[in-house]
Design a protein around this ligand. Structure first.
Ligand code: COA
Length: 331
């Protein structure tokens, strides 16, 4: 019997560059409050959100992804032709097939890179980073482009008090490649599908087609809030433990940007010292789901808050319920 050759990859993987795209249209709380009988003060106090970005018709999932990716490739010093795999995490590309990853890979100018979409909601970027690291170490790819992108404004009912002020649009991308030293720590991830009804589309597509009802996002915010604030701190701690570092050694905390109070609660529960720099992009961006972590990290790097070689803890959670956390080295 013949033996087949196994793939061999790089010893380690790391993020080589990140990039973000923020849609041009700024939507302040004042523009939202009348339709949901709310107030700027309530939204700021309960969520920390001051304004968000909603994409214009020209700012499509494809367009925002390509813009974020070009920036990430440029920062990484990697040509699109060196990318062998494109992973796009999104729940708001409103075209069932083909994957948006394939057309993004083409527009960027990759040479027939493997390309596919994943659906892991707000945790999708962290799922993609974990997969990219494994592909590189396992020998399936040398450079992987991971994109988190959403146009949640298309799926948000502006009259829904529970969601209208939260969800928003944007894209973030990261180039992952081989490294001499560990750059992406072990992922701690999982799902709790028995709680899937907490964040869900209001209808499935067959019902939407029959009734004409738009499958807007629906969320039971309070249980999600409690779950995220407590359970996710344990997941973050496990990611630190598995990466072999303590909270005192951590430089940056870049959690999913869902609610400022969740960010604060996580930092408190994990006893992060004052020295840890915390991403607070939620105030200006709202919740951009899969895009929120790369967008927040991109901003921290641009503003000089996070510097190359520092460690950053990602914690992401969302519809499913699903979650993923890992420690990475800042590119
Ligand atoms: N404007 C004004 N008042 C509102 C409101 C709104 N948009 N939405 C709800 N309220 C009212 C409620 O009616 C309730 O009033 P009552 O006390 O008189 O009954 C009160 O505010 C509290 O409502 P509650 O839903 O318990 O608020 P909350 O503190 O849980 O905050 C969220 C609501 C949505 C901000 C919060 O639950 C949250 O952020 N959840 C997690 C969201 C999240 O992370 N989602 C994404 C995961 S990917």
């Amino acid at each position: 019997m013949a033996t087949i050759t196994d793939a061999t990859g790089a010893r380690h993987a790391r993020i080589l560059g990140v990039g973000g795209y923020r849609p041009s249209r700024v939507v302040p709380n004042a523009e939202i409050v009348d339709a949901i009988d709310s107030s700027d003060e309530w939204i700021r106090t309960r969520s920390g959100i001051v304004e968000r970005r909603w994409a214009t018709p020209e700012e499509t999932v494809q367009m925002m992804s390509v813009a974020a990716s070009r920036k990430a490739l440029d920062r990484a010093g990697i040509d699109a032709k060196q990318v062998d795999c494109v992973i796009v995490s999104t729940v708001s590309h409103l075209m069932q097939t083909p994957s948006v990853a394939a057309t993004i890979a083409d527009e960027l100018g990759t040479e027939h890179a493997a390309a596919f979409d994943i659906s892991a909601a707000c945790a999708g970027f962290c799922h993609g980073i974990s997969m990219a690291a494994d592909f590189i170490r396992g020998g399936s790819a040398r450079h992987v482009l991971v994109i988190g992108v959403e146009r949640l404004s298309d799926l948000t009912d502006v009259h829904d008090r529970g969601t209208a002020f939260i969800f928003a649009d944007g894209a973030g991308a990261a180039v992952v490649g081989p490294s001499d030293a560990p750059g992406i720590g072990p992922v701690v991830w999982g799902s709790e599908g028995d709680r899937a009804d907490l964040i869900t589309s209001k209808t499935d597509w067959p019902t939407a087609m029959e009734t004409g009802e738009t499958p807007y996002l629906a969320m039971n915010g309070n249980p999600v809030f409690r779950w995220a604030s407590f359970a996710m701190a344990k997941i973050g701690q496990e990611a630190l433990d598995r990466a072999g570092i303590t909270a005192d050694e951590l430089d940056c905390f870049v959690p999913h940007q869902a609610n400022m109070r969740i960010i604060d609660a996580l930092a408190r529960s994990m006893k992060l010292p004052e020295s840890v720099k915390i991403a607070r992009d939620i105030a200006e961006m709202g919740n951009t789901s899969a895009a929120s972590i790369p967008l927040a990290l991109d901003r921290m790097i641009e503003e000089g808050q996070a510097t190359s070689g520092e460690t950053a803890l990602f914690i992401a959670f969302g519809a499913g319920l699903v979650y993923a956390a890992q420690v990475v080295v800042v590119p």
